[in-house]
Design a protein around this ligand. Sequence first.
Ligand SMILES: [Zn+2]
Length: 317
Amino acid sequence: MPIGIIGHYRCNYHDMGDHHPESPKRMDAIQDQLIRSGLDYVVRQIDASPIDKNLLNLVHQQSYIDHVLANAPQEKGAIFRLDDDTCMNSASLEAILYSAGAGINAVDLVMNKEISSAFCATRPPGHHAEHDKGMGFCFFNNIAIAAAYAQQKYNLDRIAIVDFDVHHGNGSEDIVRNVFQQNSQTKDKFLFCSTYQYPFYPFEMQASDTPPIINTPLPATTKGEEFRQAITEHWLPALEKFKPQLIFISAGFDAHIEDEMSQISLTEADYRWVTDELKTIANKYSEGRIISMLEGGYALSALGRSVVAHINGLIGN
Ligand SMILES: [Zn+2]
């Protein structure tokens, strides 16, 4: 079975301004490196479809969903500001719906064994979006929506969401704690693991080794060796114990040494390493199924190269 890369060109039209790091150029940087590496011949490239808006309330409060939908600019040149660094232009709503839809497509394709694993190369990202508010370049929590959809549609009992973006996945944690854990149908069915630079945006998380939340803060001086040690000590034992039937990865590449967003110094080899470790867990418990979704990563060349390393890990090259 091939690996699927799911995206849509309309994700490129969401634009928050010339100097905004979460830029359409990120999609081009990934595509360029896929071609350069020859991976574009190996993977199956799949067009995402927009999410059915009725699925957004699997994780989001209806009043917040309505707030985003009602304020989405219709006219060219119009801007709606969600927070200081998150805004919508007239093409954003469409990009938002395709970005969330890619996760739904990935779940169906992987669960129906049409592809072995998926990487969703879409934007905007989602892991900062909480159940009742968007923030930090994120509108809807793409990965939590896809995880909730997978649990419900395929009746899964154990889904892991792991997040190696340099920022804490506060939105995913919020949804696990305040949505999934509060519902008897979804309680204890999700495990969330996050590594992140600390102290750092969004400044609201606490270290935890108690399921369903494994929060692993890393100091700004962290290099690959310390990152690998933290994963080995905190994530892997929790994942072994949980035995996930499906693994979601919030794949952010902004901890890369070339990425000026953070001070942590990872390289492509570290992203390959963590992918290999997760693949080993997936092969053991999840029939190899991994759904990875792009979050951060703003140094364009490093982003493209890191995605290639990550996809090679998913393939097992
Ligand atoms: Zn980030």
